[in-house]
Every structure is written in structure tokens, then in C-alpha cells.
Write a protein that binds this ligand. Structure first.
Ligand code: GTP
Ligand code: MG
Length: 282
């Protein structure tokens, strides 16, 4: 797949991040619990340098619980300050105070030695659609930042002030110019981090079904009332789904496009199940 996922506005966001970092105390790096490595910007260490950081595993309600626990341990093992949250319900967000305390201990000690009290400025960053604006709104307790179930909703930076001297900076989502592998690109596309308009949705749905058939066969069989999907090709599973749902164009011809869109939407709405796309032991 030859994709144009790094348009000019992403390069602009990268610049905006670098500039905003100068005036922020801490960064919250949001990653998607379903694909923690693929949703992590490989350039992030270079971008954030030694800025204090909290790593937020978001959308935990959509991921395999056991896998999320392993991922949290994996990142903690790398010395990162991790919290696992659902930014829609706020579950897990109660841990943010402690995470801030851990990350800002040095800055606060320095400030208090100099007798200053300052507000804390936190930049929230991550790939498109990972839940940055939702995370900010949930912490703020109001819908100050616009959210939406597609990538590219936030188009500019926006500060949201909280009562207790904390300011949160919302940013547009950003990807990076070159993905490590096709698997990374596919996982990002499955979850809706890359605009569908630039994807071949039928190919995407077939690749997703092939993965699900291998790792989550029971969930697919249950959702689409199919007999056995394991070991089958993605397009065969898509055909079965079209047949079951009656997605036909004419005599014996399947409406693959409709089937593919349904599969992708149902996956993104978590209707197939809580699914993790990559595992730390791999
Ligand atoms: N189930 C679930 N959905 C979430 C969670 N966090 C965000 N969402 C949903 O994910 C979608 C994207 O959320 P946004 O907050 O707009 O994401 P964003 O990172 O700000 O996206 P851009 O501004 O486009 O980069 C919305 O439909 C949210 O409701 C979560 O923890 N769990
Ligand atoms: Mg946003």
C-alpha cells in the first residue's frame, strides 16, 4: 500500500509541538492500548527530549484486558511513568495526580526552594484519533475541546485551564513520515488513525479479518454467526459475512465494499469484542 498519510499539516504540528514544549512542564504521551507500539511515534524521545512525561495507555475498554496489563508492565520496565485509562468514562484517570507528582517531583522541589508557586502546563500529544481531546475534557470536567470519531478533528493547538492551577494543551494528532513496516500502517488504519479516504477499505477489511480469524476466531464467529473462520483467508471471511448479511449487488455478486465498511466500523465500535492487535511477547 502506498499511502500519503503525512500531509503538510502534520509537519506543521511537529513544529508546533517543538515550540510549545519550550513553555510546557510535562508531556502526556497518549498511545492506543490496542496497539501500544504501533501507535507510538518512534521519534517521540527525540521530540520530547528529557521533558518529564506520563505515558497514557488510552482506550483500555476496547483492548484485551490481560494484554493491557502486560503492556503496562512492559513500559514500566522501561522506566516509564504509565497510567491506563478510558478517557470516555474517566476510569483510571484518578491515578493522574500520583503520576504528575512522580513526574514533577524535581520541578516542584526546585520551585519551592526558590519560593515560587507556578501553574503546571501539560502538553497532550499522540497520533490522530487516539483520544487526546477526550482525555483533556475528562480531566477538565467539561467539553472544552472538540472530539470526534475520525482522525484530524483537532486542527490547532488549544489551552484548557483547570481550576487547580493546571493547564492542558490540546494538539492535532501527528504521525511520522515513514512507518517501520506494513503491519504498523495496517494496525493504525484498522483503528481509524489514518483517514479511510486514502485507503483501500476492502483490502483493509480483508487484512483485519485475516488477523481476527487467526487470533480472535470465536469473536468473529459469534458476531457474524459463521461456522469456522480459523485458517481461512480474509476475503473468504468477508464473503461469508456478505452472504450472511445479504450484502449482494446482483445475482451471486457480493457487495464487498459494504461488507468491508461494516467490518471496519464494527471493529472500531468494539462490536466484535475487546481486541488487542499486538502483544509485548511478539
Ligand atoms: N471507547 C473509548 N473511546 C474513546 C476513548 N478515548 C477517546 N475515545 C473516542 O475516540 C474518538 C477520538 O477521540 P478524540 O478525543 O477526538 O481524539 P483526538 O486524539 O483528539 O483526535 P484528533 O484531534 O483527530 O487527533 C472519539 O470518538 C472518542 O469518543 C476511550 O478511552 N475509550
Ligand atoms: Mg483532538
Amino acid at each position: 500500500m502506498n499511502l500519503q498519510w503525512f500531509p503538510g499539516h502534520m509537519a506543521k504540528t511537529r513544529k508546533m509541538m517543538a515550540e510549545s514544549l519550550k513553555i510546557t512542564d510535562i508531556a502526556a504521551e497518549l498511545i492506543d492500548a490496542r496497539l501500544p507500539l504501533s501507535s507510538r511515534n518512534p521519534e517521540i524521545d527525540k521530540i520530547l527530549e528529557n521533558k518529564p512525561r506520563i505515558l497514557v495507555l488510552n482506550k483500555v475498554d476496547m483492548a484485551d484486558e490481560a494484554a493491557t496489563k502486560k503492556w503496562a508492565k512492559y513500559f514500566e520496565g522501561k522506566g516509564l511513568n504509565v497510567i491506563s485509562v478510558n478517557s470516555v468514562t474517566g476510569k483510571g484517570l484518578e491515578k493522574i495526580g500520583e503520576a504528575l507528582d512522580r513526574a514533577l517531583a524535581d520541578k516542584r522541589a526546585k520551585d519551592s526552594a526558590r519560593g515560587i508557586t507556578r501553574s503546571v502546563k501539560m502538553m497532550v500529544c499522540g497520533i490522530p484519533n487516539v483520544g487526546k481531546s477526550s482525555f483533556i475534557n475528562k480531566i477538565a470536567g467539561r467539553a472544552g475541546a472538540k472530539t470526534g470519531n475520525r482522525p484530524g478533528v483537532t486542527t490547532n493547538k488549544q489551552w484548557i485551564r483547570l481550576k487547580d492551577g493546571i493547564e492542558l494543551l490540546d494538539m492535532p494528532g501527528v504521525l511520522w513520515p515513514k512507518f517501520d513496516s506494513e503491519d504498523v500502517a495496517l494496525r493504525l488504519a484498522f483503528t481509524g488513525a489514518i483517514k479511510d479516504e486514502i485507503m483501500d477499505v476492502e483490502e483493509l477489511a480483508c487484512k483485519l479479518l485475516a488477523f481476527l480469524g487467526e487470533k480472535y476466531a470465536a469473536a468473529v464467529e459469534e458476531r457474524y454467526k459463521l461456522d469456522s473462520v480459523s485458517g481461512r483467508q480474509g476475503y473468504e471471511i468477508l464473503e461469508d459475512i456478505c452472504r450472511k448479511r445479504g450484502f449482494l449487488l446482483g445475482k451471486g455478486e457480493y457487495d464487498y465494499f459494504r461488507g468491508a465498511n461494516i467490518v471496519l466500523n464494527e471493529f472500531r465500535d468494539c462490536k466484535i469484542g475487546k481486541i488487542t492487535l499486538e502483544f509485548p511477547e511478539e
